[in-house]
Each structure stands twice: as structure tokens, then as C-alpha cells.
Unconditional design. Sequence first.
Length: 171
Amino acid sequence: GLPCRRLQSPWRGAPMQRARALSARAARLEEKARASRPATGPTGGPALEHVSQVQQRIPLPPTFGWLLKQHSHSMLLAWGRRYVRIDDQRGVVWYAKSATARPSAVMPLGDVQVITPHTIDDLSFVVSCPPIRLTLRASDQAELAVWVSSLRECARAWKRRTDDEAHLRRL
């Protein structure tokens, strides 16, 4: 798979006009993705709808939103608000300081491991893609369930896909 990578700081030296234009474009794209996502599935809820779509390999609209991320180098339990996005179409999960900022890290879904729950509290979970290890925290149990199930299903589907592609290359 692709290596997980940390990226340089966002928008270094970029003019404010470019940032504003990209911000407006990102807002339009987010609204379009939100409008195309069904509120509930025919099977009784968004989580079950999500699973059936992944199994059919129809790319899902991206899952995105704000989560708390534990600072990796802090001895205290310091948390920062980060924008996290699962993009099933591109096969990546990334996080950034804002929806329009350049991602701080991009992780291929095929290499992601979701570990839950974390010992800190019952709303935290760990997303690991060595060498990157993120400790994230949802605002409530419902949000935690959506993020963990989305990450698990997308990662499982991308692992199957990359395994299938590797098998075909060997033939």
C-alpha cells in the first residue's frame, strides 16, 4: 500500500485570496456531499446502509467532521480540535486543523487499524497506521459508533481490494 505520511505545514506563503477561494470551494463540496448522503437507510439506519454500500464497493460519500485529537508529544492529556475525513473514493483518511487546511497526515485506508476503546475514557479510540498513531475523541457515544464503524468498514473493504489486486498481479 501507500506509505502513511505527514505533510508540511499548510499554506506556507500562500496569499489570502487563494485561501478564501479554496475555503469557499471546500464549503460547496462539503454541502454537496452532505446533501447526497441519505439520512437513514432502507435497512433501518445509516450504519447498516453504510455496510451494504461498502460491500457493493460503491464509494460512499466522505465521512467528515470535527474530533478531538490528543497531542502526541504532550505529557499532559492535551487535546486539539481537528477536522477528520474518511474518503472511501480515494481510499484515505486524513486530518487537518481545519476543513480547508492542508492535511497534517494522510493514511491509506488499506493500512489503517482501528483500535477501540481507549483507556483514557469511553469516547476515545485509536487509529493506527504505522508510524502514525492518532488518539481521537468523539463528543458522544453515537458519534463514536459512527466513526468507528465507518473506519472499520472502509478499512476492511480497502484491505480486501488491495489483497485482490495483489493476487491478480501474481497470476
